[in-house]
Design a protein around this ligand. Structure first.
Ligand code: PMP
Length: 285
């Protein structure tokens, strides 16, 4: 095993290091039937851990992979593994399933032939000052008829990888991604919000993008704080006219956006408040 900042749960126990888990004949290794989720422990808390474990089970079913660990059981395995770290260490928690060799070379995963692992990795949280920038991309989110977009599936991410690589090559941090109708969906790695005249807007989930757990948490926190949050069809033009833009996801929780191609934004008060609200909520979760 390698990777000194990694621990792996595999075949019933925790191992130090990054353990090899997949075989060449596994369905997941040649057909890409893998699903994962990402949660975080920081400041000694793992906010929404249950929701992330539950989603990996739902993602598995969407790919016809039989989930073999109940959500409650998965939460307790993760909590046990996290005992190895002190409260000051920020850890990325990645539970995953893949389809095993079904024995018949069939492309439909075999019922119950499932691999499961959890990877814990030390990854610091970004400082409150971190920001990013966005650019347009021609690559799009598929619809459910084109791909298994109702799952956090590994096989969807090569499309996101080319968006991100293209954006980076142009000198931007991330890409603002549309669906096939041309409406803004999300970024390559996170959900997207914009603020105009004090009102917060975010694309309405239409099945083309992941309606993230962190997204939902920020919406609830902002509304409880008296901020109006509207889920709505949004275009690039809406984002060009925004006062503030920020993206949300489990890894960094919130990232203010300071530019969208030629348009600049302030790292503004709503993103600062949303961050504060998230951290306060997490401390009591
Ligand atoms: N969209 C994409 C493409 C993502 O990879 C992520 C990160 N999981 C998100 C959105 C945010 O989802 P969540 O807040 O549930 O992590």
């Amino acid at each position: 095993a390698t990777g000194s900042n990694i621990r792996t749960f595999f075949e019933g126990r925790w191992h130090d290091g990054d353990v090899m888990v997949m075989r060449a004949a596994d369905h997941g290794s040649w057909l890409g039937t893998t699903v994962f989720d990402g949660a975080r422990q920081f400041d000694g808390r793992a906010p929404d851990l249950w929701a992330h474990c539950d989603r990996v089970n739902r993602s598995a079913r969407a790919l016809m992979i039989t989930p073999t660990v109940s959500t409650d059981e998965m939460v307790s395995i993760v909590r046990d593994g996290l005992k190895a770290y002190d409260g000051n260490t920020a850890v990325y928690v990645r539970p995953m399933y893949w389809a095993l060799d079904g024995g018949d070379l069939g492309i439909v995963p075999k019922e119950g032939a499932t691999g499961f692992a959890i990877s814990l990795e030390v990854i610091p949280m970004a400082p409150a000052t971190h920001t990013s920038t966005l650019t347009r991309t021609r690559f799009r989110r598929p619809v459910l008829e084109d791909a298994v977009v109702d799952a956090k599936a590994g096989c969807l991410y090569p499309n996101n990888a080319r968006m991100l690589a293209e954006a980076r090559a142009k000198g931007f941090g991330n890409a603002l991604v549309t669906d096939a109708m041309g409406n803004v969906a999300e970024t390559a790695t996170a959900n997207i919000f914009m603020v105009r005249d004090g009102v917060v807007f975010t694309p309405i989930p239409n099945g083309t993008f992941l309606a993230g757990i962190t997204r939902g948490r920020h919406i609830a926190n902002l509304r409880a704080d008296g901020v109006e949050v509207v889920e709505k069809v949004l275009t690039f033009a809406d984002f060009e006219a925004a006062d503030e833009v920020f993206m949300t996801g489990n890894m960094m929780k919130i990232t203010p956006i300071t530019a969208f191609d030629e348009v600049s934004y302030q790292h503004g008060p709503v993103a600062r408040r949303a961050r504060e609200l998230y951290w306060d909520w997490a401390a009591s979760a």
